[in-house]
Ligand binder design. Structure first.
Ligand SMILES: Cc1cc2nc3c(=O)[nH]c(=O)nc-3n(C[C@H](O)[C@H](O)[C@H](O)COP(=O)(O)OP(=O)(O)OC[C@H]3O[C@@H](n4cnc5c(N)ncnc54)[C@H](O)[C@@H]3O)c2cc1C
Length: 266
């Protein structure tokens, strides 16, 4: 499956979505473009967000289920990034969908997209945590096996400092990720704040942990094909997709301010 929200001119700014879905009898007619769509070109089913116009901005969007074999769906471009990831730009040219393809009610699209991201963001945090754990394992193996100045590298206090920072980041990221997952599992209606915190912290810290692992590997750290070199490239996109780190900060700040106002109102 694929989740098609981003457009060439609207990534972080979802309210700028320009793809339209116009009602025509019992159908909707879809026109526009989506880009950076994971699984684009290989998915069987796309969830597409389009403007149906119930209200201006984000409140005028709806979600549609689009089977890949629907006439009018074009895979306009395959996008290549610094690590392998199936990505495509999609085009819809007067593509017809039955009204039954609508998910929820007209105008529900933004709410649906955000509630899906609340779930996805915790999984991005978990992926980042996995990368960071692997980087720490690689760094520990290197530091305990390589001899420097007549002793294992791990005996050097500066190296220990790096290892301590990495272990702390990994455990703190794990705790935030587990809290977000646990909050969702225990039936909370929204986990916006917890998921944004987990995603922001785990992806940012994984970047730092991996960078330290590269450093501790010396020249081997940047050798093409080494594990830490590929982790170094793979982690980068996680700070951009499912909402860039900067956007997570906005989400966390808004949720924190709202919680404070709620307390003050009581
Ligand atoms: C590997 C990969 C997979 C992806 N998969 C999908 C997918 O499956 N489905 C999908 O719909 N999209 C997907 N995307 C798109 C992704 O969600 C967007 O790239 C992302 O939301 C950023 O949007 P943008 O690229 O338009 O950048 P912009 O919105 O132009 O943002 C650029 C930068 O501006 C800054 N910024 C943005 N907003 C703010 C703010 N409010 N305050 C401060 N700074 C800000 C951030 O640093 C941000 O990185 C994917 C992207 C990548 C790289």
């Amino acid at each position: 499956s694929a989740f098609a929200l981003t457009e060439p001119q609207s990534g972080s700014d979802v309210a700028a979505t320009a793809t339209t879905a116009t009602r025509d009898g019992t159908d909707y007619v879809l026109s526009g473009e989506k880009t950076w769509i994971s699984n684009g070109g290989i998915a069987d089913l796309y969830t597409v967000f389009a403007r149906t116009g119930e209200a201006p901005g984000a409140r005028g969007l709806s979600a549609f289920l689009l089977p890949a074999d629907t006439p009018g769906l074009q895979i306009a471009e395959r996008l290549e990034t610094i690590t392998p990831h199936p990505l495509a730009r999609l085009r819809f040219d007067d593509l017809r969908l039955p009204a039954s393809a609508l998910i929820g009610k007209p105008g529900d699209g933004f709410r649906i997209a955000m509630s899906v991201l609340d779930v996805f963001r915790s999984t991005v945090a978990a992926a980042a945590l996995g990368f960071a754990r692997r980087a720490l394992d690689e760094a520990l193996a290197r530091a305990t096996s390589r001899q420097l100045f007549g002793a294992p590298m791990a005996d050097l206090q500066m190296v220990q400092g790096h290892l301590a920072d990495m272990a702390l980041d990994v455990d703190a990221a794990a705790l935030l990720t587990y809290r977000a997952a646990w909050t969702k599992d225990s039936g909370a209606p929204r986990v916006t704040r917890e998921a944004a915190m987990a995603k922001l912290f785990a992806t940012d810290r994984a970047q730092s942990v991996i960078d330290k692992a590269v450093q501790l590997h010396g020249g081997d750290g940047v050798r093409k094909g080494s594990t830490v070199e590929s982790l170094y490239r793979e982690i980068r996109a996680l700070r951009i997709y499912e909402g860039a780190s900067d956007v997570q900060k906005v989400v966390i700040a808004r949720a924190t301010i709202a919680a404070t106002q709620g307390r003050n109102d009581r």
